[in-house]
Write a protein that binds this ligand. Sequence first.
Ligand code: HDE
Length: 705
Amino acid sequence: MAKTSKRSAGHTSTVHDQKLTRGEGGELHQTAEDLGLEVMTTAQGGPVADDQNSLKIGPRGPVLMEDFHFREKMFHFDHERIPERVVHARGYGAHGFFETYKSLSKYTRADLFQREGERTPAFVRFSTVAGSKGSFDLARDVRGFAVKIYTKEGNWDLVGNNIPVFFIQDAIKFPDVIHAVKEDPDSAFPQAQSAHDTFWDFISLTPESMHMVMWQMSDRTIPRSFRFMEGFGVHTFRLVNAKNESTFVKFHWKPKLGLQSVLWNEAVKINGADPDFHRRDLWTAIQSGNFPEWELQVQLFDQAFADGFDFDILDPTKIIPEEVLPPIAIGRLVLDRMPDNFFAETEQVAFMTQNVPPGIDFSNDPLLQGRNFSYLDTQLKRLGSPNFTHLPINAPKCPFAHFQQDGHMAMRNPVGRINYQPNSFGEGPRESPSRGFVPFPEAEEGAKARFRAESFADHYSQARQFFISQTRGEQHHIANALTFELSKCKLPVIRERVVSHLLNIDEGLANRVAAALGIKTMPEPADAAVPTRQDLPPSPALSIVERGPKRFEGRKLGILITDGTDAAVLKALQAAVTKAGAVVELIAPKVGGATLSDGSFVEADQMIDGGPSVLYDAVALLPSEAEIDALVQESTARDFVADAFAHCKFIGYVTAAEPLLAKAAVLDSLDEGCIKLDGAKDATGFVGELGQLRVWAREPTVKMN
Ligand code: HDE
């Protein structure tokens, strides 16, 4: 007879010694502790006696249908997943606040912009576009930058990207561009990549995408961190003041820590070493009190400026260069709290471009108008009920009152008898023409037809402007990215068609890509709707490197240590890095840690195999003489150094590290970015250099993308 082994019910786990804290709202979940409950219950509240064994007849007998606890538990599990977002499926969010610098009442009646210093709660979700929910963070892809601000007059959602233009001019083409970039419908690959035939086929047949393609192929699409990237509202919106005067506006988020990207070769390796690189970065920064911050800047302009500007301000494939119209800072966004629960908040948050408070309005940008339909529509599919606004993350934080009722999962229905308007009982909320949202009364007229405005027809001038505004190194990255992506296209005709567009952007770029791809006969330049490309002046604001932060703040130094590492040098480095507002991670042969030269013991954050140098902004090599021979035998230690050098990182090293530098074929090529640490006194100087972030002068010598 089989033995009956019965594990006890009420078994408690002690793994999570950190107590879960609830958000300020405290509304999301209640822990058993909050409820004063020690006993597990079913979802119906019934106490559970045994959660380890299903109900059977005899120890080896069949399981009974009667087991309501088993059935409820399994039923719920079976239904845990909801459809992922059709685009931007992979994302990560955080709570924070928006603070208004000073009243903007001259331009807008939007309540959140009226009072200096006022803070309004906010939630932000960053995302990639093409990949599935479980894809890796460092895909070459546009990043979503969606901001929900819970104003006193309703939620304002600024659903932006980290690139200020888009691939298409009319929303009707959105399903096409997304079908083309996502995995092929027959093979279901490639995942989270634009490097395949269908994407480049569509793009090369859609010249309006050329400006965006230049941004997409630049380092903007491989950001080092969400904290180091810009956000853009993309479209032209309107601000409307109390006198009903309208001002056009473009919104920009500028990261306080400055812009920074990784190199493509790094991105590829980071995806293997830490597919959650961006998530972990945001989580760690916020949990350690280093709250990321962005300034909200606006470009404000009137109809006269719009009429005089080279391009149509309704065309979402165009920017207004910052040198032409300097942005003005109007507030800041600070992210200071991670969600208590990823699903409840980050997964269920529903951003909608049509969520605007009175005082902010739309323009006729056809992409924006189409989005205003799509974002409401998609929430029903994803969240399954028109009552998605009842979810705490989506509910306004201001009082709200309406007569919408019932539907799946209604959690908040109007009380009383009166659920309509007008009514003669004097009950319920009333509309208010003075407080409510009134669209800006723009006069419209014209024939009904499927138009594409002629003023949208120049597809190359700003693409060229973007390219010539990059440093030489950045231009090199664009050429390499195009070459890599097109090398994954199996059909030569697609590669050639892309090159025919590049000829209209920059001949040097086109020749370089064509040569790298082995195209023997140069194609003719693509037909252009507008024959002459305007030669616009470079806009330095478009380069990441030109406007680098020159600070190491918010970055990470990886220090390779062994037993016997010089304690004084290590401590001096740690102190200097902390002073610079950055963090240190220790990498050792064993994750357990190392005993330093002074006999003290330090724990390691990573083992060498798990902590390659691609995870760090700069590295320091502090092995001891006694351990260097063993370290040199480790191929991962050699890669650590070789990659740090090839990725143009600053490398600090002690004399004992020289055999490792030699093994990595770096010792003979040391340059000004490789800094000898002869003792603790050199730590401050080394950390001071790290503000440059990379040794760009090294790049031509290492020939790495
Ligand atoms: Fe989106 N987009 N989009 N998009 N988008 C969605 O809405 C859509 C566009 C952006 O973190 C979807 O809730 C259309 C531009 C972000 O939850 C969907 C068009 C910009 C996010 C949708 C665009 C964006 C989305 C899918 C062309 C930058 C993630 C899930 C007209 C300004 C929001 C969802 C989050 C998500 C439609 C183009 C940004 C299907 C039809 C341009 C950041 O509604």
